[in-house]
Design a protein around this ligand. Structure first.
Ligand SMILES: [Zn+2]
Ligand SMILES: [Zn+2]
Length: 211
């Protein structure tokens, strides 16, 4: 309901002029127009985006795109107030090293808590991990982890084991107990215990036969 009373209108006007947003690190209300790092990143982004689209296109960037997002509170985690960056509570980000796609760039990296989708443990996507992902490894800026670091390592090991298993099976000499044991170990690594047992007993039989 719109409050049409004089004081209600005054409040609404004040709210629409309110240029403050809550810093995701210190939790303080900050005037976004006074945040130098946010504005500098936004200016580079605007220049870059504006070069791609014609004025009037629905994709044409908003002049205060990043500040507008911060004010709306729709997305956190992509900025921090200048005080937090100076105080090293947030890492300063370099937009020129980020692969943007259609995402919003990072003006700063801040620790992002999340819950691992594999083991359900609370975890943190740290500011320095983000900097490494987005500025060194070249990951798209909207990519982020769903699993904690140990679960990611486990998934990587499993992927590697799957590939190694495919190779081992393709060139497998079923008379060679050493090869059969290697296959059993790889089945263990991908969590196929029943298969591992089968190959282990085949290896044992082969060893018995060769004696
Ligand atoms: Zn702050
Ligand atoms: Zn996990």
């Amino acid at each position: 309901m719109v409050d049409w009373s004089k004081s209600g209108m005054k409040k609404a006007r004040a709210k629409s002029r309110d240029r403050s947003a809550t810093c995701p690190v210190c939790g303080r209300r900050r005037n976004v127009d006074q945040q130098k790092k946010l504005r500098a990143t936004e200016a580079i982004w605007f220049k870059r985006e504006a070069a791609y689209y014609e004025a009037g296109s629905p994709f044409y960037p908003l002049v205060d795109g990043m500040r507008g997002l911060a004010i709306s509170g729709q997305r956190e985690w992509f900025w921090a107030c200048d005080g937090c960056i100076r105080g090293r509570r947030a890492l300063t980000a370099n937009i020129t090293k980020q692969v943007l796609g259609l995402g919003t760039p990072f003006a700063a990296y801040v620790d992002r808590p999340f819950r691992c989708s594999d083991c359900d443990t609370p975890s943190v996507f740290t500011a320095s991990e983000q900097q490494h992902w987005y500025e060194t490894l070249g990951f798209l800026i909207w990519v982020y982890p769903n699993q904690c670091a140990p679960c990611r390592a486990k998934r990587r090991r499993k992927r590697r084991a799957n590939r190694a298993l495919a190779e081992a099976l393709a060139g497998l000499d079923t008379r060679d107990p050493t090869q059969l044991e290697a296959v059993a170990r790889l089945y263990d690594e991908i969590g196929a215990a029943a298969k591992a047992t089968v190959y282990r007993s085949r290896a044992k039989n082969r060893r018995a036969l060769s004696k």
